[in-house]
Design a protein around this ligand. Structure first.
Ligand SMILES: *[C@@H]1O[C@H](CO)[C@@H](O)[C@H](O)[C@H]1NC(C)=O
Ligand SMILES: *[C@@H]1O[C@H](CO)[C@@H](O)[C@H](O)[C@H]1NC(C)=O
Ligand SMILES: *[C@@H]1O[C@H](CO)[C@@H](O)[C@H](O)[C@H]1NC(C)=O
Ligand SMILES: *[C@@H]1O[C@H](CO)[C@@H](O)[C@H](O)[C@H]1NC(C)=O
Ligand SMILES: *[C@@H]1O[C@H](CO)[C@@H](O)[C@H](O)[C@H]1NC(C)=O
Ligand SMILES: *[C@@H]1O[C@H](CO)[C@@H](O)[C@H](O)[C@H]1NC(C)=O
Ligand SMILES: *[C@@H]1O[C@H](CO)[C@@H](O)[C@H](O)[C@H]1NC(C)=O
Ligand SMILES: *[C@@H]1O[C@H](CO)[C@@H](O)[C@H](O)[C@H]1NC(C)=O
Ligand SMILES: *[C@@H]1O[C@H](CO)[C@@H](O)[C@H](O)[C@H]1NC(C)=O
Ligand SMILES: *[C@@H]1O[C@H](CO)[C@@H](O)[C@H](O)[C@H]1NC(C)=O
Ligand SMILES: *[C@@H]1O[C@H](CO)[C@@H](O)[C@H](O)[C@H]1NC(C)=O
Length: 764
């Protein structure tokens, strides 16, 4: 998902934000609605006086808001009253049906184009959330998406979240600043400390104890200080939007030098993560039963509270993410968790521990039910822990683990790995499954949330889950899609073809029934070329297309193009422009598979005709250039966004800018000094598609031709060649080049004609 500023916000969502505002009985409940009035001013300036918020606290458990006409309240210039309280009740019927049937076009209006006089609501409409928490973020989203965000970028994302009722976001920014103070206090030198930290786009994995250190240069003090300044803006903003930030804590992962300073401390060396050499992994872990752990925890939490205030009692703390415990002794694990929790409570008497439950799926062989029960059981009480059931839409663990034995947990949609791009989703699953879970585990399921590794496209699956959190029956897909498209595009006389395109996508690419290829499907054109192993991958990084392009993407694209014939206005809508490019992108990405498979087939056939190989390769290289040109037409698909954002933190220091750029390039390509998780976070961005992938595919084709002459294909040689192309590209330090301006429609039409393989352009 990419937040495309402006449109798509609804009055209904404002109500959700207002309700979220009063939902946090946790820490500091200011009771002020100023943040919501500011939100309206920021996002709906033309109607900054139109809304009146009314806070009527209640002792109910769930968030409720009521929309009504102001007349009945007699409030000044405002037209719409949004009253929020805490009455525990469930909305009847789907959210959308209620809204559509009670308020005509109003709530569907895009906020930057609302009519001058807002239509009336009529009979007041009340909505209640099903769950106490609407959660947002994965620890690694802070690496794959928000690493280089400025406050303005954050502001837009936080507004998007607030308008959808999110009230529990993770807040990792600036973590290292506090940690530096804690480590200094423990006697470590700055050089020991900074040697331990990882580069900006890799910090999440350092925080998880997967990696340590930075390749391509050392993390600078400047970065740590700048992020701290940013967090000082983010925390109050989250609070004023009614959110409870989930704050970091001391995890136990420490610089190796701490063992020398404290030779008797229980510090063990953790395992290897992926293929990283041990200097970058095997992270030292201070065992929580050592008294030093509690000392450092208290130091961390008090310094953090001094810096940002006592804004939250919920702390994120993960010790075993893709990093198995050193022992499978149940009483050992129980002592780890009980001491960890005790350290939090010693620092904050109301502390609640939040953990990501990814390991219970990814390391299922280790985490038997007995061990999970022992580990969770070390924490007393059921409300002291919140487990994120991280991948509920495809690999839920709450059933296997008996609803976490009564501990609080949140149903989460993971959906995306590494900020990869590709249409995917299962709307039935994310509307019905959370309700089924709630029915089955009513007492311990306390929230619904989003835990994507990265945010790129597929906004529909994020919207619908956050909407489902306000509807006690499964959202009706057909009517939801119609409403969603009309508020997304918000034009007069929306062409039916645009709605039809989305209905088709919703029932196909957003109806993924293949259990072995869940999560965003990435394109093989982003992978290091090879003769085997690229297509039809399943599991963690699927490349298997679970739908037939010819009957889904192709007609959907034609419908979108048809829609532009009916509405000129539609062509100017940013969301529409994004979707038009996105659907065309998917068409080309999918066609690449066919061309590649043909190339392999030609190469493998007994003929030694190199011309045939060259001919078969030509459309492959042509497609990459076509795709790059397409992507360059939309500002959301540019490599330069990522690289320029990285460099923008350099304070004009060229050495520092080069380091930041290197880390930004490395994450989306080699991911590690020598391709440790090569292409994991690959992207379809103009500049990367046209500036990196062709170098690899050209080299591959050249190799195929030569090896045909020499009669030998050696996979290791190809892999080595690809690595050196990656190393060269990562070190380019050339900044980004901007996109192309202009209407992408002509290019989209031409590509649609070239790549659908059907006769005639639909534009004719
Ligand atoms: C790193 O961890 C692996 C186990 O994952 C282990 O085999 C290796 O010996 C460790 N290396 C060091 C230097 O501790
Ligand atoms: C936070 O709360 C603690 C007590 O739990 C208190 O000692 C401290 O002064 C508070 N800090 C701030 C910044 O309010
Ligand atoms: C498990 O660990 C506990 C201490 O945490 C120890 O007393 C016990 O002997 C261990 N059990 C085994 C089988 O190693
Ligand atoms: C926690 O939940 C479990 C399962 O519902 C229940 O058996 C147990 O009594 C609860 N514990 C507390 C302290 O409420
Ligand atoms: C959700 O997906 C999982 C795994 O693909 C499947 O087992 C489950 O039945 C689905 N649930 C619904 C309600 O579609
Ligand atoms: C990939 O799957 C498709 C559809 O099942 C099949 O036609 C194709 O041969 C497969 N390709 C490879 C290399 O397995
Ligand atoms: C697009 O419009 C043309 C002309 O009206 C029509 O023939 C065609 O079926 C439409 N395409 C789709 C996929 O609806
Ligand atoms: C092409 O040949 C390689 C061996 O050189 C083999 O591994 C691969 O399966 C073949 N692919 C196809 C699609 O025939
Ligand atoms: C520029 O950045 C580099 C790398 O972070 C740093 O070593 C150097 O001191 C900085 N130079 C200045 C003038 O700040
Ligand atoms: C093919 O042979 C030529 C001449 O010996 C050599 O330069 C080239 O590297 C070889 N290519 C491959 C792919 O083996
Ligand atoms: C999809 O359409 C293309 C172009 O017409 C055609 O070559 C291909 O065989 C079709 N694929 C399937 C699975 O029908």
């Amino acid at each position: 998902m990419r937040v495309i500023g402006g449109t798509g916000f609804v009055v209904l969502a404002l109500g959700a934000a207002a309700a979220a505002h009063v939902s946090e009985r946790g820490a500091t409940q200011t009771g002020s609605l100023d943040g919501l009035y500011s939100l309206v001013k920021r996002r709906i300036p033309s109607h900054s006086d139109s809304f009146h918020f009314d806070l009527v606290p209640d002792d109910g458990a769930l968030d409720t808001f009521t929309l009504s006409d102001v007349d009945s309240y007699g409030q000044g210039n405002a037209h719409i009253n949004i009253q929020c309280s805490l009455v525990s009740a469930c909305a009847r019927g789907t959210l959308l049906n209620t809204v559509v049937s009670t308020s005509g076009g109003l709530v569907l209006g895009s906020i930057d184009d609302l009519p001058d006089k807002l239509p009336s609501i009529g009979a007041p409409v009340t909505h209640s959330s099903l769950v106490k928490y609407r959660y947002f973020f994965n620890t690694v989203t802070f690496s794959y998406t928000t690493t280089f965000y400025t406050f303005q970028d954050w502001e837009l994302l936080l507004d998007w979240m607030a308008l959808r009722g999110v009230n529990l976001p993770l807040a990792w920014v600036g973590y290292e600043y506090i940690l530096v103070q804690v480590f200094r206090e423990a006697g470590l030198s700055d050089s020991n400390i900074y040697n331990f930290f990882s580069g900006p786009p890799f910090q999440a994995f350092n925080r998880f104890g997967n990696i340590q250190g930075s390749w391509g240069g050392e993390l600078s003090i400047q970065w740590v200080e700048d992020q701290f300044e940013l967090q000082k803006q983010l925390i109050p903003r989250m609070v004023e939007l009614g959110m409870t930030p989930v704050m970091p804590s001391f995890t136990g992962f420490v610089p190796p030098a701490l063992s020398e300073l404290h030779p008797n401390a229980a510090i063990i060396v953790g395992g290897q993560w992926e293929n990283f050499p041990s200097a970058y992994t095997n992270v030292s872990f201070l065992e929580p039963f050592d008294p030093l752990f509690s000392t450092l925890q208290k130091s961390f939490i008090s310094k953090q509270a001094a810096a940002y205030g006592n804004v939250s009692h919920i702390y994120t703390l993960d010790q075993y993410n893709e990093n198995n415990p050193s022992s499978n002794n149940a009483s050992y694990l129980q002592s780890i968790s009980s001491n960890t929790f005790a350290s939090l409570r010693a620092a904050d008497p109301d502390a609640v521990w939040m953990m990501q439950g990814w390991m219970f799926f990814s390391s299922q062989a280790f985490w038997t039910t007995d061990l999970v029960q022992a580990y969770l059981g070390g924490v007393p009480g059921n409300d002291s822990l919140i487990i994120l059931d991280l991948y509920s839409e495809a690999q839920p663990q709450w059933e296997r683990l008996d609803a976490y034995y009564g501990k609080n947990w949140i149903w989460c949609q993971l959906h995306d790995y590494g900020g990869n791009m590709g249409f995917e989703g299962n709307l039935v699953n994310i509307t019905e499954a959370p309700l089924n879970a709630l029915a089955a585990a009513r007492s311990s399921m306390v929230g619904m949330g989003l835990t994507p590794e990265g945010l790129e496209g597929n906004e529909i699956v994020y919207d619908i889950l956050l909407d489902q959190a306000w509807s006690s029956t499964p959202i009706d897909q057909t009517s939801y899609i119609s409403s969603w498209v009309s508020r997304r595009y918000n034009v007069d006389n929306l062409p039916q073809a645009a709605v039809d395109a989305w209905q088709l996508l919703a029932s196909t690419v957003y109806n993924n029934q293949n259990p072995s290829a869940q999560a965003t499907v990435k394109s093989i054109l982003e992978l290091a070329p090879a003769l085997t192993g690229l297509v039809n991958r399943t599991g963690h990084h699927p490349t298997l297309l679970f739908y037939d392009t010819n009957t889904t993407i192709v007609p959907a694209l034609q419908m979108l193009i048809n829609a532009t014939q009916e509405s000129q206005e539609l062509r100017t809508i940013p969301e529409f422009q994004y979707d038009l490019v996105d659907v065309t992108r998917q068409l080309l990405a999918n066609r690449f598979i066919d061309i590649y498979e043909n190339l392999v087939h030609v190469y493998n056939s007994s003929s030694t005709d190199v011309t045939a190989v060259e001919l078969a390769a030509r459309p492959l290289l042509g497609l990459i250039q076509d795709l790059d040109r397409l992507l360059s037409m939309n500002s959301h698909f540019l490599l330069s966004n990522w690289l320029d954002a990285a460099r923008s933190w350099s304070h004009g220091n060229e050495t520092y800018a080069a380091y930041l750029e290197y880390t930004a390039r490395n994450q989306i390509t080699l991911w590690g000094p020598t391709g440790q998780i090569n292409d994991y976070a690959s992207k379809q961005w103009s500049g990367l598609v046209g500036g990196y992938y062709p170098a690899r595919w050209q080299a591959f084709v050249k190799y195929l031709v030569e090896s045909k002459q020499n009669s030998s294909y050696d996979a290791a040689t190809v892999a080595k060649m690809m690595l050196s192309i990656g190393e060269e590209w990562d070190n380019r330090n050339a900044g980004g080049s901007g996109g192309t301006t202009g209407d992408p429609l002509e290019i989209v039409r031409a590509l649609a004609a070239d790549y659908t393989g059907l006769s005639g352009s639909p534009a004719e």
